[in-house]
Design a protein around this ligand. Structure first.
Ligand code: B12
Ligand code: SF4
Length: 555
């Protein structure tokens, strides 16, 4: 953008230099791009709107390729996006490599961990010049203006930097009040593809009104001044969906909001308006969408209306199946509410996925048993695969502070951990980790449970975006059977381990047996899924018109 041309879209906050400068300069952004990084997307579109040239690199790319890109583009700033705390050492290594390769420009970093733990970040990665704290668009833009113009950047609002042995923070930058003032985020990554349909992430809101003790999001959006939750205008969200649909052929939208606006009368009205806009745009018959929400927001009428406007998948952080666990996690929800939410979604025919912490700092053998009973109840019909994890105490969370106060905090920044109160729970957890290869069974994209859930996603996509298929009901029954059987093995192992720890009963399970079981289920899944797709290849291809060939499952 030539100098002197007014910058549109975002009004500069008070104190921002009025004239654009150095707008021919390049900013290089590096972050985790799997499934699309909207944070980087918003930063990139904001910078570009103001005339900067922006290059984005996937953090998972070969370091040599990243170094080559940096050398070629000669950025004035390299911005690193650290959204997962446990990646900090890997980022530190990449940053060292870039410095060793001679990159002398300004290095900054943003994301949850750097925002909340800026001192630790600057200490752990001395090669960084600054940290951008909290919402980054306006701060990075101003930093770029200052650095590009060779002016003093240390006064920019919303940053932290080192001054000798000290870390200095500048005044906190308020959150932008109207999210629709941001340009739509850049999405210069390949959309995920499912049965020839393309999926992209988007946001209808930022922030969360709740205060779960294990979650850094609530602290992130509460520490910076401004409204804790900001929703976009429904019409603008639908306009963005329409553009993505018309220009990139996107038919599956993945809302990544922490808590999709549904709770309470104001947000229920928001959701109803959104549904109305979708119908008015004609998109409700052509696209499907997924949301994240809390179980206490699920109610039949609104969710049925959303289903009729294309909602196909609801992700809920159920987190615990016992009252004490829910209390310690500060979910402000009851087991009964969790169960009721699942029941409603099943009644109205909506697919659901969930987050669940089988283990948390309050775990006892009895609470693990209660959690298992809960999982058995909600998954009895094989409607979804069992997933669970151990709660981890991330920086900036109340539960981490509490564990630290009580002397139970263990591990380090990359592997934050804690001690259970009951040594038997520790024994149970380590025995379980030994017998079940969690990365093969419950975590990671290629693990069994995620693959089963992916197959369930495909079924919802078939129901939402394809004409009815003759034997879909049969395939669903087969998938339920495999899911049920695989869940059952997982539950039995945990139960047998509980019996071993409690009563000294020896267990029959070995790692090799579990690997064998897992492989069997994966093969059954592949056979059922690929068989179904092969039988319906023609219908699928006709429905997609000139669509890409339906890809095989990757198990
Ligand atoms: C979408 C998402 C994912 C996607 C990732 C998509 C991607 N490539 O970005 C997927 C599904 C892959 C994913 C996976 C996981 N996720 Co996740 N995820 C999210 C979620 C819901 C939204 C991210 C998002 O789009 N935010 C919206 C954008 C606009 O905000 P932002 O990313 O914060 O960026 C802004 C600022 O932080 C800042 N900023 C960020 N980067 C930078 C860089 C620079 C240079 C600057 C200046 C500023 C800046 O400016 C941005 C714009 O304002 C977040 C929650 C959240 N609200 O962020 C959890 C979250 C990031 N995930 C989390 C976790 C724990 C996970 C998993 C470990 C879950 C699991 N058990 O498997 C995995 C880990 C995956 C892995 N790497 O192994 C935690 C991270 C906790 C932590 N403190 O480390 C979060 C915070 C959820 C939570 N409530 O605790 N996740
Ligand atoms: S509801 Fe979700 S986003 Fe909100 S505080 Fe709880 S875990 Fe975090």
């Amino acid at each position: 953008m030539p100098q002197g041309v007014a910058r549109e879209g975002l009004r500069p906050p008070a104190g921002r230099p009025a004239d654009p400068c150095n707008t021919d300069k390049t900013i290089l952004l590096i972050g985790f791009q799997h499934q699309g990084n909207l944070g980087l997307g918003y930063l990139a579109s904001t910078l570009r709107e103001h005339g900067y040239s922006v290059v984005t690199c996937d953090f998972e790319a070969e370091p040599a390729a990243i170094v080559a890109t940096a050398a070629r583009t000669e950025p004035i700033i390299i911005g690193f996006s650290l959204i997962f705390q446990f990646y900090i050492e890997r980022f530190a290594a990449l940053i060292r490599t870039l410095r060793a390769a001679g990159m002398a420009c300004h290095f900054t970093m943003g994301g949850h961990f750097p925002s909340l733990s800026h001192v630790e970040t600057l200490t752990l990665i001395p090669e960084l010049d600054s940290v951008v704290r909290f919402e980054g668009e306006m701060t990075l833009l101003e930093l770029a203006d200052m650095i590009g113009a060779g002016k003093e950047w240390r006064d920019v609002q919303g940053i932290a930097y080192r001054n000798g042995q000290d870390v200095v923070t500048t005044a906190m930058r308020p959150l932008v009040d109207d999210l629709d003032r941001f340009p739509y985020p850049e999405r210069n990554f390949e959309p995920e593809s499912a049965l020839g349909h393309k999926a992209l992430p988007l946001l209808a809101s930022r922030g969360c009104a709740r205060t779960c003790s294990f979650c850094s999001i609530q602290t992130f959006y509460r520490t910076a001044p401004g409204k804790i939750v900001r929703t976009r205008k429904p019409a603008k969200v639908v306009e963005e969906m329409r553009l993505l649909h018309d220009e990139r052929g996107i038919t599956i939208f993945l809302f990544q909001d922490d808590d999709f606006p549904l709770f309470g009368s104001v947000w229920r009205r928001w959701a109803a308006d959104f549904v109305r806009e979708l119908h008015a745009s004609g998109l409700s018959r052509r696209v499907i969408w997924k949301i994240n929400c809390r179980a206490d927001a699920v109610e039949p009428d609104l969710f049925a209306a959303m289903r009729d406007a294309g909602l196909y998948l609801v992700y809920m952080g159920l987190e615990s199946g016992n009252e004490e666990g829910l209390k310690v996690l500060h979910k402000q929800i009851t087991v009964e509410q969790n169960l009721r939410a699942v029941e409603i979604l099943k009644e109205i025919g909506l697919l659901f996925e969930f987050g669940f912490m089988l283990f948390d700092p309050s775990s006892t053998l009895a609470s693990v048993r209660a959690n298992l009973r809960f999982l058995r109840t909600i998954l009895a019909d094989g409607c979804a695969a069992a997933v669970f994890c151990r709660m981890l105490p991330y920086d900036g969370t109340p539960i981490k502070d509490e564990l630290e106060r009580s002397g139970r905090l263990r591990g380090d920044v990359c592997h934050p951990d804690y001690e259970f109160l009951d040594p038997n729970v520790t024994r149970l957890y380590s025995a379980l980790s030994e017998v079940v290869d969690v990365w093969g069974w419950v975590h990671g994209y290629r693990a069994l449970s995620p693959q089963l859930n992916w197959a369930w996603n495909e079924i919802a996509i078939l129901e939402g975006l394809f004409p009815s298929m003759p034997d879909l009901a049969r395939y669903k029954r087969e998938l339920s059977r495999i899911t049920q059987a695989s869940n059952e093995v997982l539950f039995r192992v945990v139960e047998d381990l509980l019996d071993m720890v409690e009563g000294g009963r020896p267990i029959a399970w070995t790692t090799a047996m579990m690997d064998f079981e897992r492989q069997q289920f994966l093969e059954q899944l592949l056979e059922a899924r690929n068989g179904f797709v092969a039988r319906h290849q023609q219908i699928l291809l006709d429905a997609l018109q000139s669509a890409p060939v339906v890809e095989a499952a990757t198990a």
